[in-house]
Design a protein around this ligand. Structure first.
Ligand SMILES: [Zn+2]
Length: 306
């Protein structure tokens, strides 16, 4: 019998009372299907993207940001790119690029050569975009992320991810940075915090993929941490969301420049663009293209004047 998620498409935060340890749990079911069902790709890639999608929601929940988080695994081997974008409202999209044969059961990390992990924070309100790029360290997605968080952000993080091809789920634990100066903190307090962090990690480590994917959040929290004082917050919903619009595609085309646009038109009579993430088809005919070129020229003109 097919298993059904008891808490589909939810992100739920929790914290351990009186300790600097917090966590999140995520389940992506419809979100996963909406994002990937229309894309034809090997099953192993879908499962990896499912894990990366779960990870993106878990990390987004730890950020105080209005905008989007983009996680990319880039490689120069058969696997070129896994990319996931998650907005602060947990709208998620994902896609992959590869070149060559990938078996359904293949370990993806054998397909990545000279890989790097790229994390981008893109604030919606026009703030500074942040980008971190590190070589891939580790042979699964959770290890890569844990290493990144520790090395680049100095935040101790533990992440559990799984995707069975139908549902993706994950859990994150994070040790909050000390709010007080180490010097003014008593040794007892420091030791208590380290103990609490280690204990939470050991308890969480007993989680199985099946529990993560299919247990109701409250049951899972109770099963893992029943001797701890855990506060569970209200769940947020996740959903599939693609930010592409005709305007954003037009802006991208404009960047190609007049010569490129004219040459595509001469060859094909129109310009066709398919969004990799949501499969939406955009078409620009001769008239649309002329408008693109005209607005590009006026944009350049106005830049020269100022
Ligand atoms: Zn799209």
């Amino acid at each position: 019998m097919k298993k059904i998620s008891t808490n589909p498409d939810t992100l739920q935060r929790f914290l351990f009372e009186n300790t600097p340890v917090r966590g999140n749990l995520v389940n992506l079911t419809n979100t996963f299907h909406m994002a990937l069902d229309k894309q034809h790709m090997p099953k192993g890639l879908k499962r990896a993207l499912g894990e990366l999608m779960a990870a993106s929601a878990l990390l987004t929940a730890t950020l105080k940001m209005n905008g989007s988080l983009v996680l990319q695994i880039q490689g120069k081997g058969i696997l070129k790119l896994l990319v996931v974008e998650c907005t602060s409202e947990f709208g998620i999209r994902a896609t992959a690029k590869w070149n060559g044969d990938i078996h359904d059961e293949q370990n993806l990390f054998e397909l990545i050569e000279h890989g790097q992990f790229v994390i981008t924070l893109d604030p919606k309100d026009g703030g500074q975009t942040y980008q971190g790029i590190v070589p891939i360290e580790g042979d699964d997605i959770s290890t890569i992320l844990e290493n990144y968080m520790l090395r680049s952000e100095q935040i101790e993080t533990k992440i559990w991810l799984c995707c069975d091809g139908d549902t993706a789920a994950g859990m994150l634990l994070q040790k909050l940075p000390d709010t007080m100066n180490q010097v003014t903190q008593s040794e007892d307090k420091v030791e208590h915090d380290i103990d609490a962090w280690n204990r939470a990690g050991h308890l969480a480590d007993t989680v199985t993929d099946d529990e993560l994917l299919y247990l109701p959040t409250e049951t899972l929290i109770h099963r893992l941490f029943h001797e701890e004082d855990v506060r569970l917050f209200e769940a947020s919903n996740t959903k599939f969301f693609c930010s592409c619009t005709r305007t954003s595609v037009a802006n991208m085309l404009r960047m190609l420049g007049e010569d490129e646009i004219t040459s595509i038109l001469e060859e094909q009579g129109k310009i066709e663009v398919n969004c990799d993430f949501c499969n939406t088809h955009y078409e620009f005919d001769q008239v649309d293209a002329a408008q693109l070129i005209a607005s590009d020229l006026s944009a350049r003109g106005s830049k020269e004047i100022h």
